[in-house]
Design a protein around this ligand. Structure first.
Ligand SMILES: Cc1cc2nc3c(=O)[nH]c(=O)nc-3n(C[C@H](O)[C@H](O)[C@H](O)COP(=O)(O)O)c2cc1C
Length: 177
């Protein structure tokens, strides 16, 4: 199974989760992992499973979106040009791969914090993509550093293991001959 993992992020939390997921993916076949600007859509050729993630940023109505990820929180927000939502809009309709989404966000009720992963999930579903699991959130501490909380890397490993089992079920390994 060939996997692509595409993320967006400013402070390294989403990148760290992407690396954890990539380590798990490597046990299932070739892996492409990169920040949204590093992975052209053409790289999706031959991919069986796509994982997309990024940070949750609530847009400030006075300032406009504070980062490309801001557009993730509100469904009706316009995706900005260099963000992962904009990248997803160029994914061909009815792609031949299945997918999963994640975000990083602060602890708390999802209804209060917002969640980028849900916006990504909906965007992929609109493309006709099969999503193998519900959107996942990995938690960072409050404050400017936004470090991943203790245990979140381990939780991401477990999440990825379960997700790759499902993805493989959806895309059974093709046996030559
Ligand atoms: C401008 C700004 C707005 C943010 N808004 C939210 C928010 O609405 N909800 C939330 O859970 N976290 C919010 N955060 C925290 C980010 O989700 C956190 O910094 C991010 O997940 C870290 O991911 P990264 O290291 O990949 O950039 C905000 C952070 C910044 C800098």
């Amino acid at each position: 199974m060939r996997t692509a993992i595409v993320y967006e992020g400013n402070q390294g939390g989403s990148a760290a989760i992407a690396r954890v997921i990539a380590a798990e993916a490597a046990g299932h076949g070739p892996v492409i992992v990169g920040e949204v600007g590093e992975v052209p859509i053409s790289e999706l050729e031959g991919v069986d499973f796509l994982v997309v993630g990024g940070p949750t940023h609530r847009p400030d109505p006075a300032e406009g979106p504070r980062s490309p990820a801001a557009a993730h929180v509100l469904r009706e927000s316009q995706p900005t040009a260099n963000g992962v939502r904009h990248w997803l809009e160029r994914v061909p309709a009815r792609p031949g791969f299945s997918a999963a989404t994640f975000d990083t966000r602060e602890p708390g009720l999802r209804v209060l914090t917002g969640t980028a992963a849900l916006g990504l999930y909906r965007a992929l579903r609109r493309r006709g993509c099969h999503l193998v699991t519900r959107p996942a959130s990995f938690l960072v501490g409050p404050g400017p550093e936004g470090e991943l909380l203790d245990g979140e890397r381990e939780r991401a490993t477990l999440w990825a293991a379960a997700v790759f089992r499902r993805a493989e079920h959806h895309h059974p390994v093709r046996v030559a001959g």
